[in-house]
Design a protein around this ligand. Structure first.
Ligand code: BV8
Length: 257
């Protein structure tokens, strides 16, 4: 198939247990900004230490909540791209497990099952005090408003608990079960694809190393070199929505629709 490096195609053809680790670049072609992309990256617009941390929430909850509402509106308006859809239609003879650092639901909306959201999920709302999940009504606000008060927790005394997004903030411990599932999925794979991550955030960025240590080939799909490139078996300078469909199409029949 045009464009798929032969050594990558060969590894994909032979693989039967594929674990795919995705990062913000996976959703870039859906129009969801990455953290580091100079044009659209959230980190170039917002300092993560000012927003995606417990301290920021304690310091200015309404600003952090407004930032997340904007991201939720953006994800709601986005659609899974051809890369998400390609992973969902990988040939049936291989078992594909997705581990994502992304907090959006685009893999699921493309029809994939995600075995681990290692950094949580935007809309897994919960109380910042009693930790109970919250499935009540959330006003998603509108663009251009810098501060919104988050809903109060219905279980906590008035003024105590506030609803927060179900993401893992910098400096917060990772949820144990999802990360354990991610480690198992990487160790048990016979091929690991790393798609759209700069490999800068730990401990998620250590997952490809676990694969290599277990002798599992790791293929990076990323238009740029990253901190992970040196440890990958192959690095393919392409994008998620171009490379993944080309690869799945090249795998031929049984690739689903
Ligand atoms: C932890 C949810 C310990 C939030 C995210 C001091 C104190 C504590 C911890 C630390 C510390 N110093 C360092 C650390 C560790 C810290 C960390 O790694 N910091 C970094 C900044 C150095 N990690 C943590 O804090 C973690 N917790 O260590 O806990 C602990 C233990 C016990 C008790 C208490 C504490 C928690 C980290 C989780 C942070 N939360 N997300 C939210 O979303 O708001 S991380 C967030 O950023 C994303 O989820 C994602 O994981 C990450 C961004 O990385 P990428 O996904 O790679 O995206 P990026 O923009 O960087 O790169 C995009 C890539 O895509 C690029 O390579 C680009 O080339 C490529 N690309 C672009 N377009 C495309 C493409 N690829 C393909 N196709 C395209 N079209």
């Amino acid at each position: 198939m045009a464009g798929v490096p032969s050594e990558i195609l060969e590894l994909a053809r032979r693989a039967r247990r594929i674990t795919v680790l995705t990062g913000a670049g996976m959703s870039a072609e859906s129009g969801v900004p990455t953290f580091r992309d100079a044009q659209t990256g959230l980190w170039s617009r917002y300092n993560p230490e000012d927003l995606a941390t417990p301290d920021a929430w304690a310091r200015d909850r309404d600003l952090v909540w407004a930032w997340y509402l904007g991201r939720i509106r953006g994800v709601r308006a986005a659609r899974p791209n051809a890369g998400h859809r390609a992973l969902a239609r990988w040939p049936q003879h291989a078992h594909v497990r997705i581990v994502t650092q992304n907090v959006d639901d685009l893999h699921e909306r493309a029809g994939s099952e995600v075995i681990a959201h290692v950094h949580g999920a935007l809309v897994a709302f919960r109380c910042d005090t009693c930790d109970r999940p919250f499935d009540g009504e959330v006003d998603l606000g509108s663009d251009g408003v810098e501060r919104y008060p988050p809903p109060p927790c219905p279980h906590c005394p008035p003024g105590r608990g506030h609803i927060r997004p179900g993401v893992v903030w910098f400096g917060e411990a990772m949820p144990v079960e999802p990360f354990e599932r991610a480690v198992d999925a990487v160790r048990d794979a016979d091929l690991v694809l790393v798609v759209g991550t700069s490999g800068m955030v730990y401990p998620a960025a250590s997952l490809p190393d676990l694969a290599r240590a277990a002798g599992v080939p790791v293929i990076e799909i990323n238009p740029s070199e990253t901190g992970l490139t040196w440890s990958c078996t192959h690095s393919w300078r392409t994008t998620a929505a171009v490379g993944l469909p080309a690869l799945v199409d090249a795998l031929g029949p049984g690739s689903g629709d």
